[in-house]
Ligand binder design. Structure first.
Ligand code: TXA
Ligand code: MG
Length: 335
């Protein structure tokens, strides 16, 4: 009987390297979410990742590298901006989209001419890439359309019954997916917001960074980034703080402003600060799915003043972008 296997420690890396060499997918932790890894240079292995996830072939994968020197081989030109940004943020939660070199198999980029590259800031992810010695594709380690996994158990639940080795790195520190920055258009453009913000990127490049606003952006630059929905297995809705009191036993509550919602048996209270909130959000959703509840109510995140951004503002923006894909109601009247 095939089943998922969770391993940790140095033997886990050795086992994972062996599987990668055989063209088999493995799951590994990063600082953002867990990834589903395969040899990025092995088209058959990459196809197995698409098949395992049930991912449309039109949605390209991120390639994980151990550093800028590995990235340089995969691009047509390692630009000045790429150089500055990798020096400032790698290893870290910033994915750079650049024109690809011939080395990158078409299946990785969904036939497109650009490739997304990231050097993850997680010792197991980096150790794995270094031990394997080659770049590794890493879409989030969830079946397509599911919430991204932030623990090895989340991955195991998603791929129950599959022969999948999962490297255990505990809970992911960031908890939401990396910022995806397109460096191939006239101006650097954020395709997916994350913890690393347009303000931080703008300071390094000394220019304003634009952000594609899904789903109204309407730019099909990145098929996977617009209009896609991450649907929990039970419906999720955003609710104003006052409405939370009306939750009955069938509601799983994900709050941030209340210590312990008295009327709900099942709930998670996330931290007030957006870094802590992002770290806990997906786990709360996984817990809600495991509960007996039939609905998830998510307390609307705090409003903020867009005209006077603080360092926290872009992180709430990234969180609301995720909530807009997860929930059936809009995350804010003031996006
Ligand atoms: O934090 C992360 O980025 C995680 C960890 C595992 O590294 N990975 C991740 O991968 O979130 P995935 O495949 O779930 O999301 C990658 C997103 C997709 O929406 C995809 O469409 C987009 O990046 N993407 C990949 N290659 C692209 C490209 N060449 N141009 C534009 N967008 C691209
Ligand atoms: Mg994903």
């Amino acid at each position: 009987m095939s089943m998922t296997e969770i391993l940790e420690g140095p033997e886990a890396i050795v086992a994972a390297v062996a599987r990668l060499g055989l063209g088999e997918p493995i799951a590994f932790p990063t600082e953002t979410v867990y990834g589903l890894g395969a040899d990025a240079m092995d088209a058959d292995a990459v196809e197995r990742v698409f098949a395992l996830k049930g991912r449309p072939a039109s949605n390209p994968l991120i390639v994980h590298v151990s550093g800028a020197s590995m990235a340089e081989d995969l691009v047509d030109q390692w630009t000045d901006d790429a150089n500055k940004l990798s020096e400032a943020f790698w290893p870290g939660a910033l994915t750079l989209v650049l024109n690809k070199s011939e080395l990158v198999p078409d299946v990785v980029t969904a036939g497109g001419s650009t490739v997304a590259l990231r050097c993850p800031a997680h010792p197991i992810a980096l150790g794995l890439i270094e031990a394997y010695g080659k770049p590794i594709v890493g879409p989030s380690a969830n079946p397509s359309g599911w919430i991204s996994p932030t623990t090895a158990d989340h991955v195991a639940r998603g791929f129950d019954g599959h022969d999948l080795l999962i490297l255990d790195g505990g809970s992911c520190r960031a908890g939401i997916e990396s910022t995806v920055l397109d460096l191939t258009s006239d101006r650097p453009t954020i395709l997916r917001p994350g913890i690393i913000s347009h303000l931080q990127i703008g300071r390094v490049l000394d220019q304003d960074i634009q952000i594609v606003e899904p789903p109204s952006g309407g730019i099909a630059k990145s098929p996977g980034l617009l209009g896609a929905h991450y649907q929990p297995s039970i419906p999720a809705m955003l609710k104003a703080t006052e409405e939370l009191n009306h939750a009955d036993d069938g509601v799983y509550l994900i709050a941030w402003s209340l210590k312990s919602p008295e009327n709900s048996k099942q709930s998670t209270t996330l931290p007030h600060d957006p870094v802590g909130y992002a770290r806990g959000l997906y786990n709360a959703l996984h817990q809600a799915e495991l509960s007996e509840c039939s609905t998830i109510w998510i307390e609307r995140p705090p409003e903020f003043d867009d005209t006077h951004p603080t360092d926290n503002t872009p992180i709430w923006h990234a969180i609301r972008e995720r909530l807009s894909r997860i929930c059936q109601t809009s995350p804010s009247s003031n996006p």
